[in-house]
Design a binder for this molecule. Structure first.
Ligand code: PMP
Length: 304
């Protein structure tokens, strides 16, 4: 991260950005056993609001529970920490990164005597793949890396170590000139992007892979609900890569990626090779909801 002014919530205190450091023998740095969240706050008429703060906080605690990590603070404190990280950095809109990690008391994989630490950082982060991606859509390549097997790592945990797989896949796709990777599960079915869930649209119906090895995305859940409100049928099922090739539309969802249209997979245009009408409608509704322009779902917004 670029050097900057600002504050990071670190184990209960606001610490200047440059002083929010940790020891090189930090256990999580060595073995990847940690959990984190990616959360966004948007500017609304009523002030800056965090989108689905409760659900992100719940997932952070669920991830820690799955890994057997003891959280050092309760949920109410972590909720307040996230609000404070946005507020005290004077951010109108923000990306937030809560993370729980093990301390540096001991090496080795028993991880038994270790303390757990918690940080919440917040900074301004625009469109994850650029504004143009949101409008034109992106080019995606099926990865040579499979998504994790469900018994090799814990796919429902947003765990630090899981992201080695995402980085390998993303870097491979980027090196080949694509914007993002699509990962298949170990059986060859579509799982998700390196940091996004995927949807396809065919004949007016919306499909998304069931969650076997994909993360339980909060944006995914949001889109499933919004699509249903717009009268679409949303079907969760196993999806093959050729079903994506043959779809009328496809898009990724994620806190960072928001709703990003996919215009191409493996050099095959999807539909007309541009953002499709259903994607556009859902994308618009998503941005209306997160920015408080839609009266419905104000309960998803927490003013900081
Ligand atoms: N899958 C993976 C692997 C991710 O990292 C993310 C981003 N957290 C998602 C899906 C989307 O999840 P969400 O909508 O909750 O951000």
């Amino acid at each position: 991260m670029a050097d900057r002014d600002g504050l990071i919530w670190y184990d209960g205190k606001m610490v200047p950005w440059r002083e929010a450091t940790t020891h090189v023998l930090t256990h999580t740095l060595h073995y990847g056993m940690g959990v984190f969240e990616g959360v966004r706050a948007y500017k609304t008429d009523k002030g800056t609001a965090i989108f689905r703060l409760k659900e992100h906080t719940d997932r952070l605690f669920r991830s820690a529970h799955i890994l057997g990590m003891k959280m050092p603070f309760d949920k109410a404190t972590v909720v307040e920490a996230q609000k404070a990280a946005v507020r005290e950095n004077n951010l109108e809109s923000a990306y937030m990164r809560p993370m729980a990690f093990y301390g540096a008391e001991a090496m080795g994989i028993s991880a038994k005597t270790l303390s757990t630490h918690l940080i919440v950082a917040a900074w301004k982060w625009g469109a994850y793949m650029g504004e143009e991606a949101l409008e034109r859509g992106i080019r995606v390549k099926t990865s040579s890396f499979s998504r994790h097997h469900v018994n090799i790592t814990m796919c429902k945990a947003k765990a630090n170590g899981n992201y080695m797989n995402s980085i390998l896949a993303h870097q491979e796709a980027a090196a080949d000139g694509y914007d993002e990777a699509l990962l298949l599960d170990v059986d060859g079915f579509v799982a998700e992007g390196s940091g996004e869930n995927i949807f396809i649209v065919r004949n007016g119906k919306i499909y998304t892979p069931d969650l076997t090895s994909a993360l339980e995305g909060i944006t995914r859940d949001t889109i499933v609900q919004l699509a249903a409100e717009l009268g679409y049928t949303v079907i969760e099922k196993r999806i093959t890569r050729d079903e994506v090739y043959s779809a009328d539309e496809a898009f990724f969802t994620g806190t960072a990626a928001e709703v990003t249209p996919i215009r191409e997979l493996d050099n095959r245009a999807i539909g007309l090779g541009k953002r499709g009408p259903v994607t556009e409608q859902l994308q618009k509704m998503y941005f209306d909801v997160v920015t408080g322009k839609s009266a419905k779902h104000m309960d998803w917004l927490t003013i900081v």
